[in-house]
Design a protein around this ligand. Sequence first.
Ligand code: A3P
Length: 297
Amino acid sequence: MADYFKLNAEYYKVPGHFTFKDVYLAQYVRKDTLERPELYEIKSDDIFVVSYPKSGTTWTLELAQLIMNKGDPTYSLSENHFYRIPFIEFHSETYPRLTGLTAMQNIESPRLLKSHLPIHLFPPQVLQKGCKIIVVSRNPKDTVASYYNFYQAYPSLLGDYKGDFSNYLKLFMNGKVVYGDWFDHTLGWYEYVVENNGLFLKYEDMKKSPRDVSRKIAEYLNCDLSDEVIDEIVERCSFARMKMSGLINIQEVEGRPFLRKGAVGDWKNYFTLAENEAFDEVYNERMKDSGLSFEWE
Ligand code: A3P
């Protein structure tokens, strides 16, 4: 770790956050399912979208759900996104319908499920049963900029973070944000997917060519769809359409919507030159043998 990002002993800690097997997590992540992943009743036709937070998960899930329904929007329009697509490790006493473990029992198969868990905390039976897994990833500079905004937009989930971006970037570079170290998370899933015929997507490719990426998702899910249907799905999932949707773009804090900018390169509005240089140094070191690269603008 570059000295630049060294945390002092008194770095900002969010109340209720905890560390499990070296991964920093929020209170909403069920500890019992981490300790006993067998609590999940996984079916071999379950389909997972997995990501580090703020990588385009919601977008990928909306695309995948429409693809699974052959472009028919009836189900997607029937219910709030967060009710339609169980977030497996999520647990809330305030919103019991959002608790993943029960929500996943209440939807029909094939089930589309979401998780942000890193691979070493993922329920192993998902991997053993050969479930389909779509991983979506995003360049880490835009990811951290988006995550910083998300911390401020969802204090009830992530704690009332009051620091500035520079402090947040230090937390991110030290794995002290929810779901831990971006490099471990991303490389862990990338290696798994490459070896096990999963599907690895990048946010930047989705922005550049949503049709090609949607086609890839359809092929992976064995859905034979015409170009017209793919085009309709892409249009329904455009940033503008999703931002307008009251079923998806939920706000907890006025003026801080879930769908914020939806752009590649917004990190430039957050990083100083010195932060960018120090980040690149760490990035180049950690990614050097991975075979994985990202676009930044
Ligand atoms: P920004 O905060 O940079 O705007 P996740 O769903 O993993 O939490 O990711 C959220 C990020 O994806 C947010 O990024 C959000 O705006 C962006 N996003 C969501 N839907 C999108 C879409 N249809 N097109 C482009 N970006 C989208």
